[in-house]
Design a protein around this ligand. Structure first.
Ligand code: CO
Length: 460
């Protein structure tokens, strides 16, 4: 038996532990080594990396991707993409999605893991098709959540749809780390029976279930798991690569990795981790096991957001009420999985409901758009009263929201004019307008500083 190992230190691990603040200069020296470690893939792009590059690190995300690619002779590169939302928080036009996906593959991405927060697979189809057209590997994704309507039957039907759509593999994505070993065994077994695609399991160590869950995934015949090098593992990140390989290989499951190289990779990243621990970017609190996540069924990141929100409002004593209100709001909205952007939307609405003392007295703009169908089809039925309150007698949109959107690229290109040095700049601008502008300005400044001046010019 074999298990494919995807290393996440460059994307999910550092995103989950330290808000994606690792600059390229901190990991560039490890890339050749990582390429020799025998990973099936390295997840290194997408998710929050794109935004973080522009917003906090003043890096060109496309350049980062090309640099990583240059060092990879044996290892596939993986990115995470939010379907029609790309890397942002609203839906983009099909034209933008196609251009973005093509550019990602052209600049070095091999595998695109594509998900929709609502598991509305109409919202991943354009990205899947564009990925296939560009010669990439499209990995269709099921967001794992628990609710009265999310049962094995529903998940298996999603898996079949993902196979029919032309995906090359399937991922079960447990963003909250709530999938138990038994649930994982049952789910992987059912999906493996129903479809032929390789199945990858993605989870987080948040609740302490992950190592057990991965073992049961292996027993059920999963083809791949996501892990993070030891010093960036645990807590809200993934189980350690070294630990999982050690355990699996004793069971006769070959991971294809080189133990000595895996140690070298970890030795490289250990001082990087120490640096971020020392400056507070990496708060060791994220490493503690949070079983409350199992009680409340709220992802760890969402829980800390709720706490931060309430502290800012001087209302931390209302936390218990908000934690009880959150699942009620989720039920009213037809049980969306609590993943970006739905986790934020549901959390804010629950907080507002509690703090104002009256439910839905004030309804967020995004929640209104959701109820209007702009995020896609809700998994379950929406609360009738709430729907009526938002829509009046109007009906929610039935079709795919992106079909109502005009192409964005030509207009963005015109707006940017000479500030865009390439079509990739235009795509960065469409994805994150303010952050991209800020990055372009910083780039200009840096160039001005490294351009050698003659004495005359300086003194004038
Ligand atoms: Co994740």
């Amino acid at each position: 038996m074999k298990m494919k190992i995807t290393e996440t230190v460059l994307r999910d691990a550092q995103q989950s532990l330290m808000a994606t603040r690792m600059p390229q200069s901190d990991f560039e020296g490890a890339l050749d080594l990582m390429d020799q470690a025998g990973y099936y893939a390295i997840e290194c792009w997408g998710g929050a990396t794109f935004d973080a590059c522009l917003r906090y690190l003043s890096e060109d995300p496309w350049e980062r991707l090309r640099t990583i690619k240059k060092h990879m002779k044996h290892t596939k590169l993986q990115m995470l993409l939010r379907g029609q939302n790309l890397l942002g928080y609203h839906h983009y036009s099909d034209d933008t999605v196609r251009r973005f996906v093509r550019a990602a593959v052209e600049n070095g991405v091999d595998i695109i893991r594509i998900f929709d927060a609502l598991n509305d697979l109409r919202n991943i189809r354009t990205a899947v098709e564009a990925c296939n057209e560009a010669g990439g590997h499209a990995q269709g994704t099921i967001c794992y959540t628990l609710s009265p309507i999310h049962d094995l039957e529903l998940y298996v039907s999603l898996a079949k749809e993902i196979e029919e759509m032309g995906c090359a593999s399937l991922c079960i994505k447990d963003m909250a780390g709530i999938m138990s070993p038994k649930e994982c065994f049952d789910l992987v077994s059912a999906i493996k029976k129903a479809i032929k695609l390789p199945v990858f399991v993605h989870t987080h160590t948040t609740t302490g279930l992950a190592h057990m869950t991965y073992l049961k995934a292996a027993e059920a015949g999963a083809d791949g798991i996501d892990t993070a090098t030891a010093c960036f593992s645990g807590g809200t990140s993934q189980p350690a690569t070294q630990t999982m390989v050690y355990a699996l290989e004793q069971m006769g499951i070959s991971c294809g990795t080189d133990a000595a190289k895996l140690k070298e990779v970890n030795d490289f990243f250990t001082p990087v981790q120490k640096k971020f621990l020392a400056d507070g970017t990496f708060d060791p609190y994220v490493l503690t096991t949070k079983t409350d996540v199992l009680t409340y069924q709220i992802p760890g990141g969402m829980l800390s957001n709720l706490v931060a929100q309430l502290k800012a409002q001087n209302a931390i004593d209302r936390l218990d009420e908000v934690l009880e209100e959150t699942p009620r709001v989720r039920a009213d909205l037809g049980y969306p999985p609590l993943v970006t952007p739905l986790s934020q939307m549901v959390g804010v609405q629950a907080t507002v409901n509690v703090l104002l003392g009256q439910r839905y007295q004030n309804i967020g703009k995004e929640i209104k758009a959701y109820i209007h169908g702009e995020y896609g089809r809700a998994p379950g039925k929406l609360d009738e009263t709430l729907m009526h309150k938002v829509l009046g007698d109007k009906a929610p949109i039935e079709g795919r929201y992106a079909e109502t959107l005009e192409p964005e690229f030509p207009e963005a290109k015109k707006q940017l004019g000479s500030r865009a040095e390439s079509d990739l700049d235009v795509l960065s601008y469409i994805a994150f307008p303010q952050q991209a502008e800020q990055y372009f300005a910083a780039r200009e400044m840096r160039r001005a500083f490294v351009t050698p001046y003659s004495i005359e010019e300086v003194t004038e």
